[in-house]
Structures are given as C-alpha cells and as structure tokens.
Design a binder for this molecule. Structure first.
Ligand code: THU
Length: 132
C-alpha cells in the first residue's frame, strides 16, 4: 500500500518542472505504477496554445514509454485555491491507459487533497469496447 501524503508531495514537487509560459499556472502530477515505480509529469505550454500538454498526460505517457501498463494512483497538484480537477482530455486518457480503478488525488495550493475515482470523474466513458 502506498502513502497518499508522499504521493501528493511528489505531485507538489513536480510543479517545479512545469513550463506554463502563457498561463503561469503550474501543475504537477505523480503517477504510481503497480510496479512501485513513480512517474512525474508537469504541464508544458506552447505558443500554439492547443499544443499545450497537461501534467497528467506527460506523466502517463512517460510511464507507458517505460513499459508500465498497470497503475495504482495519481496525484495532481495545481496553483488553485480549489482542488485541481483534471480536464476532459486527461480524464479520457487516464481512464483508458490507467484504468477505472485508478485513485485520483486532487490537491489545492495549500497542499490539502481529496480522493476521487475515475468512475466518478468520467461516467459513461467511451472505450475500446465500442470499436469492436
Ligand atoms: N492543466 C494541467 O496540466 N492539468 C489540469 O488538470 C488542468 C490544466 C494545465 C494546462 C495549461 O498548461 C494550464 O494548466 C492552464 O490551463
């Protein structure tokens, strides 16, 4: 069993890696694979705004490239007073690549956090079953 507080702290630390050139909104993510390895991510922005990538997706893609396929939890930390909430695109990616049982810790700028589930974040999700 992992320590949620440690995971949250890793997401807060990962904010330092962000490149929020246009929004100045730093986001860090820490994704724990079932292997026990941790993968961090941070948002990276682009002057062609639509090419910006969120912290969650950099973490997931980083882990996938290392061969990980099973995941335990992700913590996401932002600069906001409220608990950060993953965007719709990231919800779809997290659901498909990390699975419906992923625990999602959403962290506010004070370091407080709340836990949610992928089922709550993305009900009725589109998935591979529809493509058969
Ligand atoms: N952002 C994330 O990285 N993750 C989220 O969950 C919400 C938004 C980033 C995208 C963009 O770089 C900045 O925050 C402002 O939207």
């Amino acid at each position: 069993m992992y320590n949620a507080k440690d995971l949250v702290q890793q997401a807060i630390n990962a904010k330092q890696k962000a490149m929020p050139t246009y929004s100045n909104f730093h986001v860090g993510a820490a994704l724990l694979a079932k292997s026990g390895k941790l993968y961090i991510g941070a948002n990276i922005e682009n002057s062609s705004y639509g090419l910006t990538i969120c912290a969650e997706r950099t973490a997931v893609f980083n882990a996938i490239l290392e061969g990980e396929r099973e995941f335990e939890a992700i913590a996401i930390a932002g600069d906001s007073d409220d608990y950060i909430s993953p965007c719709g695109a990231c919800r779809q990616v997290l659901m498909e690549l990390c699975g419906k049982d992923l625990n999602v810790y959403m962290v506010n700028s004070k370091g407080e956090y709340k836990l949610s589930s992928m089922e709550d974040l993305l009900p009725y999700s589109f998935n591979q079953e529809f493509l058969k």
